[in-house]
Design a protein around this ligand. Structure first.
Ligand code: HEM
Length: 554
């Protein structure tokens, strides 16, 4: 009953016993906290009345102790906090965009559609692993590590019996595989970073953790183990949560009310006109409606089911005496349902939480004003509040921005219901089809050429990187008209399969003397001396400028 509909289950009990009550779940007595007021009260008494605790199996498999000591916790939190500050976040944006565009292009190429859960899980793991490590993983490594991380997470609700065939036994074997992989593939780079400050690949979250280390520490095996645990722990913290967030956003997207989609589009039009196609820091900061939409998804379909605590002393909560040693579970979904800023309801499911009626209850606008802004418990509260929150918000906003600008997402499986525990996921398989919007560009008098907006962005980015003087000079070349025709007919024929910029480069490498000639012997106007032209090695940039100018004109 609890697992099937935790909201109904908790509402019935809250109506009978009040928002804090004792129950028996997962084979043990447990105190349930089901409203925001008492969540806040309990978690503000962290380290005094309550302490974080993980079940024994999970402690063993993850190496995470669920820091109950205030000073150790403050130290650990500080060690990683720089990774989530605005400057670090700005550094992750291009990497995030690259990952997202790669996935969306891949999904768009699958005409039969993609399975929502599998797609969200892959993207979520990729985000968590790549941004923590500062490097992308090849497909085989990513898939095998992702299974090992799932095994570790699956030990959360299991009995602590460590045998090869038990969930804990499998999780322990996976822990070993993860740690071996870390030692063989990334540890040396990180130890080297501590000694020399040199980054191999990109700056990841883990580099901020390493910044506090003393170079002599890098010699000790204990330090190496500490790094391996930090890598594993941070990926665990970000993996399932991010995957669930991606599944919720992608799954709810086709059901968003039309006025929400319209407002997202209006916002993206404004952002594009101010900042261009690039999803820069400034562009990302100018998307309050996209952020409000992400928060509304997380409110109505909470991406974490709750937090666990042990009572450290006897204390009062919601008019009940909580005994020292009690286990406590604070449930997110009922907490959101009880938000005092939202209308209470006499119905079983409050109207503002009714997933079957998004038309009426899904209202991102409520996040835009202090007077109507609800509270969000998905990130936890108090000293353990999620440190990855700004990272997820950027990922989620970027997903909404790119989808709004460039893709149409359809649910081809028909209506489905969500289950909420242990984390939100559809009750039945859901297939989404993702279509890239296309720009039709007519270059001169030839056939129109279709570009997906991802390709258009790519072209624009290259064009923008070329100095303006070179660009103008390039556009002034009369010989280009002929090159144009040749190029357009070539790309026009292959428009459906046009996969990226490589095609242009290949084209120029072909033995086409006429084109070569146009390239090497352009007739220049006196306004544009040869020195302002890009070198032949920059031909892709030339073409990008030309194509982009045609797109703008189109
Ligand atoms: C939708 C995405 C996410 C959700 C819903 C989420 C949720 C949470 C929650 C509820 C807590 C508090 C746990 C407690 O009080 O017992 C937490 C803590 C934490 N999260 Fe997240 N998280 C998300 C993404 C991430 C990501 C992407 C990272 C990093 C890569 C991350 C890193 C952390 C860390 C380090 C803590 C521990 C903070 C502490 O103990 O002081 N989270 N998260």
């Amino acid at each position: 009953m609890f697992g099937a509909d935790p909201l109904k289950w908790s509402r019935e009990r809250i109506a009978r016993h009040g928002p804090v009550f004792q129950s028996h779940l997962l084979g043990q007595p447990i105190v349930i906290v089901g409203d925001l007021v008492n969540w806040q009260k309990a978690l503000n008494a962290e380290f005094k009345s309550v302490a974080m605790n993980f079940p024994e199996s999970f402690r063993k498999a993850s190496g995470q102790t669920g820091t109950a000591d205030k000073d150790t916790h403050a130290f650990q939190r500080k060690a990683i906090s720089k990774a989530f500050e605005p400057e670090a976040m700005a550094g992750y944006l291009p990497f995030m965009e690259q990952i997202l565009r790669r996935y969306l292009d891949l999904w768009a190429s699958q005409s039969a559609g993609v399975d929502l859960v599998a797609a969200g899980r892959k993207l979520g793991f990729e985000f968590a692993a790549a941004l923590v490590l500062g490097k992308e993983l090849d497909e085989a490594t990513r898939d095998s590590l992702s299974v090992h991380f799932s095994n570790v997470i699956n030990s959360f609700f299991t009995i602590p019996v460590d045998l090869p065939f038990t969930p804990l036994g499998k999780a322990m074997a996976s822990r070993k595989s993860i740690q071996d992989w870390i030692c063989r593939h990334v540890l040396l780079d990180y130890l080297d970073y501590v000694k020399t400050g040199k980054i191999v690949g990109r700056r990841g979250i883990i580099h901020s953790f390493l910044d506090g280390a003393n170079p002599p520490d890098a010699q000790s095996p204990a330090f190496a183990q500490k790094i391996a645990d930090a890598v594993q722990g941070t990926i665990i913290a970000g993996n399932d949560t991010t995957s669930t967030g991606m599944i919720s956003l992608l799954g709810m997207w086709p059901q968003f009310p039309q006025h929400v989609k319209d407002k997202l589009r209006e916002e993206q039009d404004v952002v594009r006109s101010r900042f261009g196609e690039e999803l820069s820091c400034k562009a990302m900061a100018a998307m309050p409606y996209a952020l409000a939409t992400v928060k509304e998804v997380m409110r109505i379909l909470p991406t974490s089911s709750g937090v666990w605590r042990d009572a450290l002393e006897d204390f009062e909560l919601g008019g009940k005496l909580i005994r020292k040693g009690s286990s406590m579970m604070m449930l997110t979904h009922p907490a959101h349902a009880s938000d005092p800023k939202l209308p209470a309801s006499q119905f079983e499911v409050p109207e503002h939480m009714d997933l079957r009626n998004l038309e009426d209850c899904f209202r991102p606008e409520r996040w835009l004003k202090d007077s109507t802004r609800p509270a969000l418990a998905v990130w936890g509260m108090g000293p353990h509040t999620c440190q990855g929150m700004p990272l997820f918000y950027q990922e989620a906003k970027m997903l909404l921005a790119i989808l709004t600008r460039s893709y149409t997402v359809q649910n081809v499986s028909g209506p489905f219901e969500w289950k909420l525990l242990p984390l939100p996921s559809p009750k039945s398989p859901v297939t989404l089809t993702i279509h890239a919007h296309c720009f039709k560009v007519t270059l001169l008098d030839t056939q129109p050429v279709l570009f997906t907006s991802a390709q258009a962005c790519h072209i624009q980015r290259i064009a923008a990187s070329v100095p303006a003087a070179s660009g103008q000079a390039f556009l002034a070349l009369p010989g280009w008209l002929r090159f144009h025709r040749a190029l357009t007919s070539r790309v026009g024929v292959a428009a459906d399969e046009f996969a990226g910029f490589g095609d242009f480069a290949d084209y120029i490498d072909d033995d086409d003397d006429e084109v070569e000639q146009q390239y090497s012997a352009p007739s220049l106007s006196p306004k544009h001396p040869a020195s302002t032209l890009p070198s032949k090695g920059k031909q892709d940039s030339w073409i990008a400028i030309e194509l982009y100018s045609c797109m703008l004109a189109a």
